[in-house]
Design a protein around this ligand. Structure first.
Ligand code: DER
Length: 220
């Protein structure tokens, strides 16, 4: 049993004809997109927007209709993964490098359903390094400001070069101790010139589907 696949396929049961669906990014959202693709082949009529180039490529390969974000004013349901989820459904996202597009699409979604395995559930956010998307210009100075917040930032690398997001930016992975006041930290981070967005998704998730090794799914 693959708990990520089980959670994703259970969440896809929420997808109905006529919906505009946000397609998440990562190894759990991958299974949601695969299942949506199967249902489209069986006649499901939806349109979708993708949170990353790789999710868009997967959707196109499966024949899932993709529309430009510019053509819509609402997204009915987004199904996405997370790196951490606490008991209040607050999240750390960005491990897959897609946090900016994920947060834009999540913000404009009527429902954000998170799919994960039980390794992602935590009491307090912060065990997973918090991804922060930054512009490369003056990155060293931005890192100084993240360090001042005790973020212990490290530029995410791909080989011997910085990882570049779909938006042409870099990611600083920040290892804060337990994040006691996530809303405050989110505000402080986004006040730093050079920071584009951060991986704290506070109060955004409608529900969290957690898959378990025994084949069950719990919904927070
Ligand atoms: O970047 C993200 O937020 C992705 O959703 C990702 O980190 C989720 O993790 P997964 O690959 O374990 O689903």
């Amino acid at each position: 049993m693959n708990p990520k696949k089980i959670a994703a396929e259970e969440a896809v049961k929420l997808v109905e004809d006529g919906m505009i669906i946000g397609l998440g990014t990562g190894s759990t959202a991958y299974w949601a997109i695969e299942r949506i693709g199967q249902r489209v082949k069986e006649g499901l009529r939806i349109q979708s927007v993708a949170t990353s180039k790789r999710s868009e490529e997967q959707a196109r390969r499966l024949g899932i209709p993709i529309i430009p974000l510019e053509d819509i004013e609402r997204i009915d349901l987004t199904i996405d993964g997370a790196d951490e989820a606490d008991g209040d459904r607050n999240l750390i996202k960005g491990g897959g490098g897609a946090l900016l597009r994920e947060k834009i699409i999540a913000t404009h979604s009527k429902r954000l359903v998170i799919v994960a395995d039980e390794s992602k559930t935590v009491d307090t956010l912060g065990r997973f390094p918090l991804p922060v998307e930054i512009v490369s210009f003056g990155a060293n100075l931005t890192l100084l400001r993240l360090t001042a917040l005790e973020g212990h930032p490290h530029i995410r690398m791909e080989g011997d070069r910085p990882y570049v997001t779909d938006n042409g930016n870099w990611i600083a992975d920040c290892r804060f101790e337990a994040i006691a006041d996530a809303p405050r930290l989110e505000r402080e981070l986004n006040l730093i010139p050079g920071v584009v967005e951060n991986g704290l998704f506070i109060g955004m998730a409608s529900s969290v589907y957690v898959g378990h090794a025994d084949g069950s799914v719990t919904v927070q």
